[in-house]
Write a protein of this length. Structure first.
Length: 94
């Protein structure tokens, strides 16, 4: 997988930030990942796009777990994690 700003990412208004990858001590130094433009678009769509982008590291991690899942292992934990992630993408708290 390619390198990206480590997650989790946080959505604050229209800015999505993550941990500064250069901070080797593990301190949380906010590092902007991207900014969502609010302009001619529908604000509900902008918010949904921002939530989706902010959850990208968690989605990538979950996909990695799904790929490594072995037949015979309990899949319920992965399904619960996927359901919780989808609720967050829809703007609901888990």
């Amino acid at each position: 997988m390619s390198q990206h700003t480590p997650g989790p990412w946080q959505l604050n208004g229209s800015t999505i930030s993550g941990r500064d990858p250069l901070d080797l001590r593990g301190n949380y130094n906010e590092s902007p990942v991207c900014t969502i433009s609010h302009g001619w678009r529908n604000p509900d769509i902008d918010s949904a796009n921002a939530r989706l982008i902010a959850k990208a590291p968690e989605m990538a991690a979950l996909l990695g777990k799904v790929i490594q899942w072995q037949s015979g292992q309990p899949i319920e934990m992965l399904l619960d994690e996927a359901r919780a992630l989808l609720l967050e993408l829809d703007g609901e708290e888990t």
